[in-house]
Design a protein around this ligand. Structure first.
Ligand code: ADP
Length: 299
């Protein structure tokens, strides 16, 4: 369990990236969802000890005691696996050589033991067959899987992955997410993403963040149940769309075969032609962002 309380961060340019962020992150996959600029990376980098918070606390429970994440950096780093947004690799080095190098940096001094760990991880992330290939020849998905292998060195208790699926094609994304799900059972894994499906498909718990604030936390199914019976759908014309946006709580607009289909948040049927639908996490997400924008209108 990772317990975050009242984290605050204001950058020198005045941007408040973390505004009293409090979260309880249990073991397993935790999805941190929010649009670009929400503060996700600021939170991830703070937890990964790459930058300092102005105030607040974070405590990580491990089998050998509680680690003060903000003040005991060495202890965190020994238990941390981090996959940053842009995982730069050395293009001319082979996967096995680079992973071995990272393992040395992690303190795996025993040669035989290190070899076992490195080979085991390459097999786990499905890169065994290409382990001798140069990393410069890897696809985006292969590089991200290599990133997971390096993040898992040294048996971390806290694994942080920041926007990992951004550049991946659907097949690579699936492989990558399945791999994450496998490691997520015994460790705290925080997956930061702006892709709602990544969270729906994978995470037992989640939080929605925007403008430095946590808007909602908990289980996806519970958040979805909270919108039950209050999401409505209608196909409208492009000409009338602005009208709907002005007069209804439009959560989302999607073009289906060239026609806008809107989702509206409302306790009652907004007007004729609206069909009540079962909400999904995307409706929850947009409803939360909307409520933050227009608190007075939130039902
Ligand atoms: P996200 O990861 O959700 O996209 P970030 O944490 O990267 O969000 O950014 C949150 C806000 O802080 C944004 O407005 C961003 O422009 C700003 N920001 C991020 N890093 C810095 C920095 N080093 N200096 C100044 N502003 C920053």
């Amino acid at each position: 369990m990772l317990t975050i309380r009242n984290l605050e961060k204001t950058y020198p340019n005045g941007v408040k990236a973390l505004d009293r962020v409090s979260l309880d992150v249990p073991r397993g996959m935790f999805g941190l969802l929010g649009p670009n600029g929400a503060g996700k990376s600021s939170l991830m980098r703070t937890l990964a000890t790459l930058q300092e918070a102005d105030a607040g606390s974070a405590a990580l429970e491990t089998p050998d005691g509680v680690v003060d994440v903000l003040n005991d950096r060495d202890a965190v780093r020994r238990r941390l696996g981090y996959l940053p947004q842009d995982f730069g690799v050395y293009p001319k080095v082979s996967a096995i050589d680079l992973l071995d190098h990272f393992a040395v940096l992690k303190g795996l001094d025993d040669r035989g033991q290190r070899r076992e760990v490195v080979e085991g991880l390459l097999a786990q992330v499905n890169l065994w067959d290409v382990r001798k290939r140069k990393l410069g020849t890897f696809s985006g998905g292969m590089r991200q899987r290599f990133g997971i292998a390096q993040a898992l060195l040294g048996n971390p208790r806290l694994v942080i992955v920041d926007e990992p699926t951004a550049g991946l094609d659907p097949e690579e994304r699936n492989r990558f997410l399945n791999l994450l799900a496998e490691i997520g059972e015994s460790v705290v894994v925080i997956l930061s993403t702006h892709i709602v499906e990544d969270v729906t498909d994978l995470c037992q718990t989640m939080a929605i963040m925007n403008k430095g604030q946590v808007l909602l936390g908990g289980r996806p199914a519970e958040a979805i149940a909270g919108l039950a019976d209050r999401v409505w759908r209608k196909q409208v014309s492009k000409a009338t769309l602005p009208n709907y946006e002005a007069n209804h709580a439009v959560l989302s607009t999607r073009l289906v075969a060239g026609h806008p289909v809107i989702h509206v948040f409302s306790a009652e049927r907004p007007e004729d032609g609206f069909e009540r639908i079962a909400p999904d996490l995307e409706d929850v997400y947009f409803q939360q962002l909307r409520a933050q924008r227009q608190p007075a209108q939130a039902a």
